[in-house]
Design a binder for this molecule. Structure first.
Ligand SMILES: *[C@@H]1O[C@H](CO)[C@@H](O)[C@H](O)[C@H]1NC(C)=O
Ligand SMILES: *[C@@H]1O[C@H](CO)[C@@H](O)[C@H](O)[C@H]1NC(C)=O
Ligand SMILES: *[C@@H]1O[C@H](CO)[C@@H](O)[C@H](O)[C@H]1NC(C)=O
Ligand SMILES: *[C@@H]1O[C@H](CO)[C@@H](O)[C@H](O)[C@H]1NC(C)=O
Ligand SMILES: *[C@@H]1O[C@H](CO)[C@@H](O)[C@H](O)[C@H]1NC(C)=O
Length: 403
C-alpha cells in the first residue's frame, strides 16, 4: 500500500493518520477497515477458456445476459431482482467469514445489489460442489428462521434460506447480519464463478424486504467512523485492489474528490450530462442516468453502444465487438461528463486484448426497448480509472483519478 496516507476526515479537513506497523501490518487508529481485493477471472473469461461460452450464450436469451433493468420495480416479498448484475465480467473478490467458529468465503463486493449470500451444505447444484459451502451446524451463533428467498441476477438465479449470523470482514465484526444460504444455484452461471457468493452494498430498498443490508448493519452497530466506503481497483493483474470501510485514504487518488449527488438512493445512480468523443456527443444527448456498479464492465443501451462502436471500424462476432489491436493507438478517449467535469476513458481501458492481436470492446449493449430512459452502467472499466467513494451519509458519490 502507498505510504504517506492521510484519512480524509469529515470531508473537509484532513488530519494525519496515526498508524502503527506491527509485523508488517498497518493498523489504523481510526475505525477505517481496509479489505484487500483480488482481481479474478470473470465467468465470461472462464467459460471462454473452457470453450463453454457459446453454449452459455445459446442457452440464455441475450437479454438475460445483457441485463434486465427494472429500475422502478420495488422488490417483492422475499424475492429480489438484481437486474444490473452481470457476473460474466471480471470481478474483484475479497474474503469474509461467517459464523462462530468462522467459515471462510470469497465474495464479490457488489455495489449493484444489496443482498449477501453464500452457498450452503444443503445445496446440490454443481455450482455448490465447486465452491465453499456454509454449514449451519458448525456455527453456534446462527439464527435460522426458515424463510425462503430467491435472487435473480443477470447471469443466473439462486434460491435459498435466510440466516442471521456474525460476519467478519477485515477487523469488522458484524453481529446478527442477514445473509442467504443457497439451496440451488444456476449451474451454468455460478459453477464457473471464481467467487463463492456476493456481498451487496447498495441501498436497503433494493434488498429483500425486511432484511438489513450489511453496510446498514455496520452503520447501525457503529462499527466505523464515517458512513462511507470506497473502492480502489488496481489495473495490475491480480493484487493491489482495496475496498475501505469507514473512511477514505487520500493516497489512492490524485487531486480532490468531486462530489455528485445521487439521483435516487436505491442503486448508486447519478446523472450523466453527455458522452462524447473528440468533442462530439456520441450518446446521452439530452442527459441521462448512470449507475456506478462494481462487478460489471460498461453497459449502455444497445443502440447507443452500437453508435459508439461503428466509429471504431471493427466488427461484431456474436456478442463481442472485435477491434484489431493495432487500431488501439488511434482510438480517441470516450468522455463521460458528470456535473460539469470530464472523465475521459482512454482506449487502453475500453479495449481489452483477449488473445494475441485480438482485441474486443468492453462496452456492452443492453437489448431492451422497454426501458424508456437511457441508463448507463459505469463498471470496473470506469472504476479502475477513477477512485470512487460511496457516501451513505450524504447520498453522493465522490470521484477522483486513481493513482
Ligand atoms: C425488458 O425489461 C422489462 C422490464 O424492465 C421486462 O419486463 C421485459 O421482459 C424485458 N424484455 C425482454 C425482451 O426481456
Ligand atoms: C483469501 O484467503 C485465501 C486462503 O485463505 C488466500 O489464499 C487469498 O489470498 C485470500 N484473498 C484475499 C483477497 O485476501
Ligand atoms: C417467503 O417467506 C415465507 C416465510 O416468511 C414463506 O412462507 C414463503 O413461502 C416465501 N415465499 C417464497 C416465494 O419463497
Ligand atoms: C437478529 O435479527 C433478527 C431480525 O432483525 C431479530 O429478530 C433478532 O432478535 C436478532 N437477534 C439478536 C440476538 O439480536
Ligand atoms: C438498521 O438501519 C436500517 C436503515 O439504515 C433500519 O431500517 C433498520 O431498522 C436498522 N436496524 C436496526 C436493528 O437498528
Amino acid at each position: 500500500m502507498p505510504w504517506n496516507c492521510h484519512i480524509l476526515s469529515t470531508w473537509t479537513q484532513e488530519r494525519s493518520m496515526k498508524w502503527l506497523v506491527i509485523f508488517g501490518l498497518v493498523a489504523f487508529s481510526e475505525c477505517l477497515v481496509m479489505i484487500p481485493l483480488r482481481k479474478v477471472k470473470s465467468i465470461r473469461e472462464n467459460l471462454r477458456d473452457k470453450g463453454l461460452l457459446k453454449n452459455f450464450l445459446g442457452e440464455h436469451p441475450h437479454d438475460l445476459i445483457q441485463n434486465r433493468l427494472t429500475v422502478e420495480s420495488a422488490p417483492q416479498k422475499n424475492i429480489s431482482q438484481q437486474p444490473l448484475r452481470n457476473h460474466l465480467d471480471s470481478v474483484y473478490v475479497g474474503n469474509i467469514t461467517i459464523g462462530t467458529p468462522p467459515q471462510q468465503f470469497s465474495v464479490v463486493f457488489d455495489t449493484g445489489s444489496s443482498d449477501t449470500w453464500v452457498p450452503s451444505i444443503y445445496c446440490q447444484s454443481m455450482a455448490c460442489v465447486t465452491h465453499n459451502t456454509f454449514d449451519p451446524f458448525q456455527s453456534t451463533t446462527l439464527l435460522f428462521p426458515s424463510i425462503v428467498i430467491e435472487l435473480h441476477y443477470g447471469s443466473g438465479t439462486m434460491t435459498g434460506l435466510l440466516g442471521y449470523d456474525t460476519i467478519q470482514m477485515g477487523d469488522l465484526i458484524i453481529k446478527n447480519q442477514t445473509f442467504g444460504l443457497s439451496l440451488t444455484e444456476d449451474d451454468m452461471a455460478f459453477e464457473h464463478a471464481t467467487f463463492d457468493g456476493i456481498l451487496g452494498l447498495a441501498y436497503p430498498s433494493l434488498a429483500i424486504k425486511g432484511t438489513t443490508p450489511i453496510f446498514d448493519t455496520i452503520m447501525n452497530q457503529s462499527l466505523i467512523s464515517e458512513p462511507v466506503f470506497a473502492f480502489y481497483l488496481s489495473t495490475e493483474t491480480e493484487a493491489g485492489s482495496m475496498v475501505m470501510f469507514g473512511g477514505v485514504l487520500d493516497c489512492y487518488y490524485k487531486g480532490d474528490l468531486k462530489w455528485v449527488p445521487l439521483s435516487k438512493p436505491h442503486y448508486w445512480q447519478i446523472p450523466l450530462e453527455r458522452i462524447s468523443m473528440k468533442g462530439k456527443i456520441v450518446a446521452c444527448k439530452r442527459g441521462c442516468q448512470a449507475i456506478v456498479s462494481t462487478g460489471t464492465s460498461m453497459i449502455g443501451p444497445r443502440k447507443q453502444v452500437y453508435n459508439i462502436h461503428k466509429r471504431f471500424d471493427g466488427y461484431y462476432l456474436q456478442d463481442l465487438y472485435v477491434i484489431p489491436c493495432s487500431y488501439m493507438k488511434t482510438l480517441p478517449d470516450i468522455v463521460f461528463t458528470i456535473e460539469g467535469i470530464d472523465y475521459p476513458v482512454p482506449a487502453r481501458a475500453y479495449v481489452q486484448e483477449i488473445a494475441r492481436g485480438l482485441c474486443v470492446s468492453t462496452f456492452q449493449g443492453r437489448r431492451n426497448k422497454s426501458i424508456r430512459n437511457e441508463i448507463w452502467i459505469l463498471g470496473d472499466v470506469f472504476l479502475r480509472l477513477y477512485f470512487t467513494v460511496f457516501d451513505r451519509g450524504q447520498n453522493r458519490i465522490g470521484l477522483a483519478p486513481a493513482v
